[in-house]
Design a protein around this ligand. Structure first.
Ligand code: K7E
Ligand code: CUA
Ligand code: CA
Length: 646
């Protein structure tokens, strides 16, 4: 069936968006607010027509995306993996996938979720199995210093189990995972860009976490039918210790998170200020909110002990509800009304604005941060007066990126377009200037874009070169591969007045979000140091078997093409721990270690140590072998584990 036919079928099955009922608000165009027909559209791929060639194609900039064999990309892209629970590293502009970083997902190549060291990071149940084997990563953001990336850490959320993970960018490995209490539907994260009170700390010290789903607190089976028991909390995690510092109770839910460059404000957009339990109720109010958190005040309240605790957790919780924060001069939170059901809040690289978009309203709301700070001082009366622009930009606006030259780029999910609009023009138009036109350009993308990000645009060094767009549907863009399609990442050159699509690449669903960092922001270490690992078998001739009762420890080394032991002997019923240190020093020279029928499989990179513990429960000979091609005699790199009958 052709793609067009598919669309035609869809169009009859679902009402076209443009026929949605006009809203009752005065002076609104028919497209101003969308009804339930649009909501259907939000869940379907069928609405946008397949038009080839973007509106803005042709007269764009002139960047080349071609990276010839042997050439390196100019940018690192850090992509979330979505359902896989991983983070991926792409080269930009080529779109080549360079690495997958296992985070919440067991991974047989690296042995993540399998080795003792990675199990410690992931967390285990009392029986030794992983606490969770699934993850759902959405948002990757990196640490800051002086308003730009410092290359130290990246964080990513797990929406399913409410966990936040940290990745050391030096080795691009996950080193910490924290499970956040009292939340469900953990969605937005954003690190702060400096400390709001300590001037010396001009770097990331906290990571803020928004949770979507409100749950009965405590969620222990009581109060499930009592709506008053339900609420969501905003969480602050310490960037270094990865411990939860505090939580803030809010009205409504939270979706995406943004932080200001001065460290004073964090914000989360809320699509369910109604506290609805079903979607019809979640879209009943004309306006939802972007809730701002006054970080210094919250931390002072925590210090002063103005907190409560949710039974079952020891985290101090402050009350950020509207009822408890009526006086702006002491308020911890400020709820700025924005058009209904927004999905996304993004900070402009000049540090002045947050942009929040309403997926059921064809608008983007520009909130000026000095006005929010003024509201907290009692100088601005109505939280809505912090809004300085609200241009109409198109249907289903989700996320916004910036070029550092005063322009914003917003994904239009329903229109399958990117719209480029000018912040200053939008502000002028909002003030009543009839000649000010916010929208600069539009370009079609294939299809239904969600997140987008421009190179370095979450920093003060936004360079306005590349815009990457994550399309949620690829439909006909690649060779058909059965019912499950890849998603389509679109590369757009934004150096010119007009946007220009230059490249597309498929990605395995569903990345959601990504950031694009100049490659010199990340300095990796290509070889580990043996002393990093306390259990390393440091002596190259130190391979040995040590028995202590029923516990057997096999100290093993690897040097291509041999393990330190050609065999080792254990007995049925033993608890066996294999500690393997790779003594090879050459970059890229990894060895693997696998034991058939014992489900053991991991690699050790140069100078790295990993260990695995298992019960010897099957007698016989089991050849352990190297799984990673390391040497001309790689196949010969093996030995026997001999398990004697008890
Ligand atoms: Cu898919 Cu940021 Cu989780 Cu929007 S999120 S598209
Ligand atoms: Cu060692 Cu292959
Ligand atoms: Ca709503």
């Amino acid at each position: 069936m052709s793609h067009d036919k598919h669309n035609a079928d869809k169009a009859t099955a679902e009402q076209p968006v443009q026929s949605a009922e006009p809203s009752s608000e005065q002076g609104m165009s028919r497209r101003r607010f969308l009804g339930s027909a649009a909501l259907l559209g939000l869940s379907g791929a069928g609405l946008a027509a397949c038009k080839d060639g973007g509106v803005g194609g042709g007269k764009g900039g002139a960047l080349s995306y071609e990276i010839k064999p042997g050439q390196l990309d100019e940018y690192y892209g850090l992509w979330s993996g979505g359902h896989s629970g991983e983070v991926r590293v792409l080269g930009i502009p080529s779109g080549r996938e360079i690495k997958r970083i296992p985070v919440f997902n067991p991974d047989a190549l690296t042995g993540w979720g399998h080795t003792n060291e990675s199990k410690k990071v992931l967390g285990t149940r009392p029986d030794g199995h992983l606490r969770y084997t699934t993850g759902d990563t959405h948002h990757v953001h990196a640490s800051y210093k002086d308003g730009t990336y410092d290359g130290k850490y990246a964080w990513v959320n797990d929406k399913i189990h409410g966990r936040i993970a940290r990745i050391r960018l030096e080795t691009m490995e996950c080193d910490r995972i924290t499970e956040i209490p009292n939340i469900q539907g953990f969605h937005g994260i954003f690190p702060d860009k400096r400390d709001p009170v300590d001037a010396a700390k001009n770097y990331t010290t906290r990571v803020f976490c928004g949770s979507e789903f409100h749950i009965p607190q405590p969620n222990d089976g009581s109060g499930m039918e009592d709506p008053n028991k339900y609420f969501a909390v905003f969480t602050c995690v310490d960037a270094e210790t990865m411990e939860v510092r505090w939580q803030c109770k809010v009205d409504g839910n939270m979706d995406l998170v943004a932080t200001s460059f001065d460290g004073k404000l964090a914000a989360a957009n809320q699509y369910n200020t109604e506290n609805g339990m079903i979607y019809a109720n979640m879209m009943s109010a004309e306006r939802d909110a972007c809730v701002f958190f006054n970080i210094a005040r919250i931390e002072a309240a925590v210090k002063a002990g103005k907190v409560f605790r949710i039974p079952g957790s020891n985290v101090p919780v402050v009350d950020g509800t509207k009822a408890a924060n009526k006086d702006p001069k002491t308020a911890l939170t400020c709820y700025v009304p924005v058009p209904k059901n927004p999905h996304g809040v993004n900070a402009s690289p000049d540090g002045k604005y947050f942009v929040c978009s309403g997926k059921l309203s064809p608008t983007a709301t520009v909130i000026e941060l000095v006005r929010v700070l003024d509201w907290f001082e009692g100088k601005v009366k109505d939280p809505r007066d912090t809004v300085v622009a609200e241009p109409e930009i198109g249907l289903g606006p989700l996320h916004t990126a910036f070029d550092g030259r005063g322009n914003a780029y917003t994904t239009l999910f329903l229109d399958s377009q990117i719209v480029k609009w000018n912040l200053d023009a939008a502000i002028k138009a909002f003030k009543g200037d009839k000649n000010a036109k916010a929208v600069v350009d539009r370009i079609d993308v294939h299809y239904q874009p969600g997140h987008l990000n421009a190179s370095m645009n979450e920093t003060r060094e936004a360079d306005g070169k590349w815009l990457v767009v994550g399309c949620k549907f690829s439909k006909d863009r690649y060779l058909p591969v059965g019912p499950l399609h890849p998603e389509n990442e679109v590369l757009i050159d934004i150096t010119g007045e007009k946007m220009k699509t230059v490249h597309e690449s498929p990605v395995w669903p569903e990345p959601h979000d990504f950031i694009v960092l100049k490659r010199d922001k990340i300095k990796t270490r290509q070889v580990h140091t043996m002393t990093e690992f306390p259990n390393a078998v440091k002596d190259i001739g130190g391979s040995k078997v040590v028995r202590s009762g029923k516990k057997v420890t096999v100290h093993l080394t690897s040097v291509a093409p041999a393990f330190g032991l050609n065999e080792f002997k254990v007995k049925v019923g033993d608890e066996v721990t294999v500690i393997l240190t790779n003594h090879d020093k050459v970059e890229d020279l990894a060895h693997g270690f696998a034991i058939p029928k014992y489900d053991v499989n991991f690699i050790v990179n140069p100078q790295e140590t990993k260990s695995v513990t298992f019960r010897a429960d099957k007698p016989g000979v089991y050849w352990y072998y190297c799984t990673h091609f390391c040497h001309a005699l790689h196949l010969e790199m093996r030995g026997r584990m001999m398990v004697a009958r008890a």
